[in-house]
Design a protein around this ligand. Sequence first.
Ligand code: ASP
Length: 586
Amino acid sequence: MLRTHTCGELNLDHTGITVTLSGWIQRSRDLGGMTFIDLRDRYGITQLVFNMETNAVLCESARRLGREFVISVTGTVAERSNKNLKIPTGEIEIIVNRLEVLNSSKIPPFTIEDNTDGGDELRMKYRYLDLRRNPVRDNLLLRHRMAIETRNYMNNVGFIEVETPVLIKSTPEGARDFVVPSRMNEGQFYALPQSPQTFKQLLMVAGFDKYFQIVKCFRDEDLRADRQPEFTQIDCEMSFVTQDDILSTFEGLTKYLFQTVKGVDIEALPRMTFADAMKYYGNDKPDIRFGMTFVEITDLVKGKDFKVFDDASLVAGINAAGCASFTRKQLDALTDFVKRPQLGAGGLIYVRYNEDGTLKSSVDKFYSEEELKKWAEVFGAKPGDLMLILAGDAVKTRKALSELRLEMGNLLGLRNPEVFAPLWVVDFPLLEWDDETQRYYAMHHPFTSPKPEDIPLLDSDPGKVRANAYDLVINGVEIGGGSIRIHNKDLQKKMFTILGFSDEDAQAQFGFLMNAFEYGAPPHGGIAFGFDRMCSLFGGSDSIRDFIAFPKNNAGCDVMIDAPAPIKQEQLDELKLVINIQDQRE
Ligand code: ASP
């Protein structure tokens, strides 16, 4: 037997018994007469003792072992004189009388410690070593629990998990498809699913009623820090439901996961319309762990010869309670923050409401203290507060103010990752106008149903149509999104027309779905959660990569297996593919 116990389970109750353990050498200390080795496996660390006096040969062998060697030892559990109460096995040690080296190890390129000296690239190249580190392993254990508990909950409320294919054709979720050439069908390509959207809808037509799947999806997007080209969704669909039914079912899942995985009780989730989210937070994924909601003073401030305000379509701000004492330097830093090219604000206007009741602003030249007092009333500001105001084009100003609000939240320590504030954002617009291509795009996807009362607007004012679409937002992060779907062929056809598809294109791409709608499609709707992101949120981290066993880097590459990579000419020939890339070196 290579082990009778794991390295995480022995304690004083086991004193005196003979055990066999196997694992990796975390570190060893040679104290002359004695050699100590910390033996590590997935479950923990156990101290091994080799004694020169009682077994010199064994002790000599132990001294020659290096870090990350794999060994198996047999020995007796003994109470430790020098106890380490920080770990569960810290009160015992194993007096070793048999040692077997199962494998040697090169010196690892970085230390296998909680705080390693390895940089990002190096750790990704040797991901199997990185995965030996406690924090990374713990992240994957958390992910496992999240998946198991999701399956438990979904199973308990009557959902069944169905696998949908990976080699399919395009499903529009607004990104580029990854494509796979078909050898058997020359010149033709599969697309990898951006989501199982159409299949889960077909499962509803098939009568499956409540479907879910923990599923890989693929989107060929320019990568940002928290995006991966392949990622995992908890994908769900239900029949014979209203929006309310879906929200309450998945509010249930959210609460259940917080309760079972984090031991956190979540109250009923507030619901906020998209319009309010934009008005009060400048963002469709508001972080509601803290207040500082937007206050609009556009009408109040015009006509005093202050050109910035007079020319602005929106003047709005936030009240930072207790921040009147911010120094000039702090205010300059905030000004630089909003003037960064990504935000592009012209400047930052501030009003200090001093403790003594006086008001002092950066626009004293244009506004009297009386006037500032009126602003303070609208802001709900008290002595000691600081009002921060931006002005300009409404869309840009909202965006910049939203970032400023989040920055203030960071500065004031209001964004504690151990506090969770989930909410539903509802009533999203159905369509989004794109200036560049001069056409509408589906804000969620083309299968989303307009609100029945807004359907007449589809012809007169499509931009105004609201959808039965919703997002789950937690701590300023979009965790999930979904909608009630169109289940009527004619309405679906109309949607494709509004989105600029010709009848032929719509039929060629989505004929299978519209045909299915002619065979008794039930009303249905669903949602999908970004599982990687959910895990990182539960783990208190911003980075989804830390919660994926083998993630890709920012360039979409796996540097460990070296993918993507060129393929052999024979493979290209077999696929009848001609690669036409100009050699850069020529
Ligand atoms: N398929 C959608 C997505 O991936 C989710 C849904 O509408 O259920 O965002």
